[in-house]
Design a protein around this ligand. Sequence first.
Ligand code: MTE
Length: 321
Amino acid sequence: MIIKQVSRIKPSEITDRDVWLRRRELIKAAAVGAGLALGGASGLAHALYTGPENHQRIAGIRETDYGRGLKPTAYRHITSYNNFYELGYGKRVPAENAEFLKTRPWTVKVSGECNKPAVVDVEDILKMDQEERVYRFRCVEAWAMVVPWVGFPLGAFLQRFEPTSRAKFVEFTTLYDPERLPGQKRNVLDWPYREGLRIDEAMHPLAFLATGLYGELLPAQNGAPLRLVVPWKYGFKSIKSIVSIRFTEQMPLNTWRRIAEDEYGFYANVNPDVPHPRWSQKRHRVLGRGLFGGKEDTQLFNGYAEEVAGLYKGMDLRKNF
Ligand code: MTE
């Protein structure tokens, strides 16, 4: 995300930096290239990855048809080009700071307008049935990737707490702990990071809570141990490292809207016809598709219009951006 206070950085400036950084990566990749053990796409990606975390595979993942035919972005791109301001500002910094985020102990408090509020331990969340879904992911900054997430549908999880008829929205909050998330020592954003969905969006079958990617537990920089994934919305809706889920009657004030409500809305549905005030949303760059290629047309609702357009029937998508 592009933060006003830090300075008005243009996406083009960010891209230049990436090209420079990727040159370094390519040299590194070439160096290990000769010694690769080719164990399928994810094996290849892991061999190229040089991050600090231990890879922990998730057992018993159910395969699904979601995203069949999509080619996942390499693991090393998904896990080394991140937006996670709590672990630092800059795309490569969250992976470098990953070790700060200790994910045990960890609980998720579910509260608000529901009959069965509860505090759920992360170990119980990881014991739930896990499935794999390959989703497109589109950042508001006009880059994109394809991620093989592991996790479970958000709606099924929320139903366990029996939301009442007053539950019109769901608010999500990230951990606040400047020792484990040192980026919170600086006032870059209004911590803790918060996001929200309308209840029918949260109950939509595509809305997902991820515990992993590429068959392994989420790396810290991707939002361990639990993050939201809403594939038809800009990436900033997909809040990381969640500790609280609250059913509310009022629309939650999400972090980016609080910072710049003229630039970032509540809905944040991917829409090529509604430009960001400072850049077009018509096209995006796909991570890992070469230094100069990889541009694609952006699709309405990130290609999920058939599934989700009904949620916004009769709404003005320009006003409710
Ligand atoms: N969640 C928290 N807590 N803090 C953040 O800075 N960044 C958001 C979103 N979730 C962010 C967050 C943005 S802007 C994007 S694009 C995605 O995470 C990036 O997810 P990724 O790093 O896994 O690609």
